[in-house]
Design a protein around this ligand. Sequence first.
Ligand SMILES: Nc1ncnc2c1ncn2[C@@H]1O[C@H](COP(=O)(O)OP(=O)(O)OP(=O)(O)O)[C@@H](O)[C@H]1O
Ligand SMILES: [Mg+2]
Length: 219
Amino acid sequence: MDFRAGSGVITVLDISRLEIAAGTCTGLSGPSGSGKTTLLNILTGILTPSAGRVAVGGVDLSSLTQSRKDRFRAEHIGYVFQSFNLIPPLTALDNVLLSMSFASRIPAQQQRSRARELLERVGLGHRLHHHPSQLSHGEQQRVGIARALANRPELIVADEPTASLEPGLTLEIGHLLAELCREEQATLVIASHDPELLRLMEKVEDMHTLNRACSVAAS
Ligand SMILES: Nc1ncnc2c1ncn2[C@@H]1O[C@H](COP(=O)(O)OP(=O)(O)OP(=O)(O)O)[C@@H](O)[C@H]1O
Ligand SMILES: [Mg+2]
């Protein structure tokens, strides 16, 4: 992946091939700046790689127009963010329902019950009508996990999902995420610095090993 920066070009990722088996939990490890977030953004079609191609569940993202790619992402990919990214004026339930409204995978009459069930599954059955500001950080991330799973996506990516939480919550949230992905038969890819979280993954890809070359070419 090449980024234009000032008068130069930064090559951040140069990966010859990365295959992630469906239904597995994979960690991406590597120091700050090694390209973990960039790789997640490429896997999810948020960023288009400067060369090469990305296929998710057999769908070549580069073959899709922007609007089809956005739709594919809404329906088939869930994203868990470090800083939760919940919509402040919406309750926990409405945050989960909103992501269902962007996709058409869950029939309208089932959306409410699925949102409730997911929030109950993450331990928030008693917090359905609370707003993000009324929830602890751990609870907000549980809503983030329920939201990411809402549309039964085949792929869930999580970017430092425990980095904004108290250290004691890392294992709890990590286990929950991995367990739910197994239950829902989703493939999980987590980028993290945290060895405790990475240990929960079946496989860990190290960014330095993945990268054939990372260079900064000034022109
Ligand atoms: N839009 C952009 N334009 C220019 N450079 C960028 C852009 N996005 C990322 N980079 C550079 O790409 C490199 C990798 O960034 P990235 O955010 O993927 O790293 P990371 O491994 O996720 O780091 P962290 O652990 O701190 O989150 C960094 O050097 C960053 O400055
Ligand atoms: Mg990052």
